[in-house]
Design a protein around this ligand. Structure first.
Ligand code: NAD
Length: 467
């Protein structure tokens, strides 16, 4: 069979893969995008987007009940899970259709099927219509990751869920155990707690959201303390067995019964069974594809981006890596270096950060000053009834540059964009303090935190901007 010839084949159509395919097509390359499932990847179909839809929909339950204190009382919510799922799925269909339309508009050929490398220039794709072969000059692997399900937890029992099944919200388990207090565990615990489940989170480490600054995680711990049944730190599940319609869970010596269990203990790369052994591509000890700062693998023709290439498992990191890979293929000088990748955990309240954290500054011995503005002093936060928040700046002592921004509170995920821009542009605390922020908004808390750095002294507004 005559192979289809292309400049670039992209394997995987998630936020890394479709970004790479579109950008390469915009640069005039002939591109084939290979995907075995619906376009959009985990982020769009089984991750970021459905979880945020559920977080939004269920937030109304808490907001409605809190409104009683403001003199507006609603009745108890009536839940129609089929309708909730249908609304969520309608978003996914729209977005996935959008990716298909964008591919078409750019002349990117989408090949539906599972790709397998025959060698460093040929990809075999198993399609519904049989095998097809793609002969490529360069390939970009963007196959993503899947939820890790340790063998001891994999009983083949549908009541033991990963994020994929939990996002389907088949029912509302009375007693839900969530194993892992990271991003997924805390976000989905929030959804189920709002729906009415009694949620127990077990975390092996001494803290939840271990990657976040403890100052930022604190409001989430406070919320969880009220909304969840329990958070058990320094705890590991040693065994799970099926017990009728429930799951019997063993923690050290204690045994308990749960209606459902969500396993959220991390994600593993989808690098098996890709035919990589027929190429020069090398994997690290955890199974991620080894890449350099140009996203090049050990095979001169093959690049890798996103979750499967290790590092932060975030959609926007994958999309940036996509641009780097395509620029490098196009012969331009590009590298994934010194890029600020913000993180947002969409918990109650949201936690977001970008750049250097206080702990990282300490570990590196970078002389910094920390400026904090508690949201209990923000008028806008009061009107949102959301004063449990904090805006925190990590400022270089010598240059007064903003090195890091952390925000916890209502809408922190939207607010962190200003922090990213400040860090990327080398803004100083003065720039933030002297930029007039609209009142009353939560964005003022960034300005106020910068003013805290200057001790709220008014001379700051009259003195010259630092060079
Ligand atoms: P995670 O690494 O964020 O958290 C997993 C947690 O499970 C860790 O705290 C770990 O200590 C704990 N753990 C591991 N084994 C355990 C055990 N046996 N018992 C108890 N605790 C155990 O992983 P995740 O929450 O599964 O998410 C995976 C990735 O997906 C994240 O790293 C993140 O990059 C991405 N993600 C991002 C977002 C977002 O951007 N908002 C949301 C969801 C997922």
């Amino acid at each position: 069979m005559e192979p289809i010839k292309t400049d670039i084949v992209v394997l995987g159509a998630g936020p890394g893969g479709y970004a790479a395919a579109f950008y390469a097509a915009d640069k005039g390359k002939k591109v084939i995008l290979v995907e075995q499932d619906r376009l959009g990847g985990v982020c769009l179909n089984r991750g970021c987007i459905p979880s945020k839809a559920l977080l939004h929909a269920t937030k109304l339950i808490g907001d409605a009940s809190a409104a009683t204190a403001h003199g507006i009382t609603f009745g108890a919510p009536v839940l129609d899970l089929a309708k909730l799922r249908a609304w969520k799925n309608s978003i996914l269909e729209k977005l996935s259709g959008g990716v298909a339309a964008l591919a078409k508009a750019r002349g990117v050929e989408v090949l539906r099927g599972r790709g397998h490398f025959e060698n460093s220039t040929t990809l075999r794709v198993e399609t519904e219509a049989g095998q097809k072969f793609v002969s490529f000059t360069k390939a970009i692997i963007a196959v993503g990751s899947k939820p890790a399900l340790p063998k001891a937890f994999d009983l083949g029992n549908p009541r033991i869920m990963t994020s994929t099944e939990a996002l389907e919200v088949e029912d509302i388990p009375a007693e839900l155990l969530v194993i892992g207090g990271g991003y997924i565990g805390m976000e989905l615990s929030t959804v189920y707690a709002r729906l009415g489940s009694r949620v127990t989170v077990v975390e092996a480490l001494p803290t939840i959201l271990a990657g976040a600054d403890p100052d930022l995680a604190r409001p989430v711990v406070r919320y969880a303390g009220k909304a969840f049944k329990e958070i058990r730190l320094n705890t590991k599940v040693t065994k799970m067995t099926t017990a009728g319609k429930q799951i019997k869970v063993t923690f050290d010596k204690v045994e308990e019964l749960y209606d459902r269990v969500l396993v959220a203990v991390g994600r593993s790369p989808n690098c098996a069974d890709l035919g990589l052994e027929s190429t020069q591509v090398a994997l690290d000890e955890k199974g991620f594809i080894k890449v350099n700062a140009q996203q090049q693998t050990a095979d001169a023709n093959i690049y890798a981006i996103g979750d499967c290439a290790g590092g932060l498992m975030l959609a926007h990191k994958a999309s940036r890596e996509a641009r780097v890979a395509v620029d490098v293929i196009a012969g331009e000088s590009a590298a994934f270096q010194n890029v600020i990748i913000p993180a947002v955990v969409f918990t109650e309240p949201e936690v977001a950060w970008a750049g250097l954290t206080e702990a990282e500054a300490q570990a590196k011995g970078t002389p910094v000053k920390i400026a904090k503005f508690p949201w209990s002093a923000s008028g806008r936060a009061m009107t949102f009834d959301a004063t449990d928040g904090l805006t925190k700046l990590v400022i270089d002592l010598a240059t007064e540059r903003i090195l890091g921004v952390g925000i916890t509170g209502h809408g922190a995920g939207e607010l962190i964009g200003e922090g990213v821009l400040a860090i990327e542009m080398g803004a100083t605390a003065f720039d933030l303090a002297a930029s007039v922020h609209p009142h009353p908004t939560l964005s003022e808390t960034l300005m106020e935190a910068a003013e805290v750095f200057y001790g709220h002294s008014t001379h700051v507004f009259t003195r010259k901007r630092p060079e």
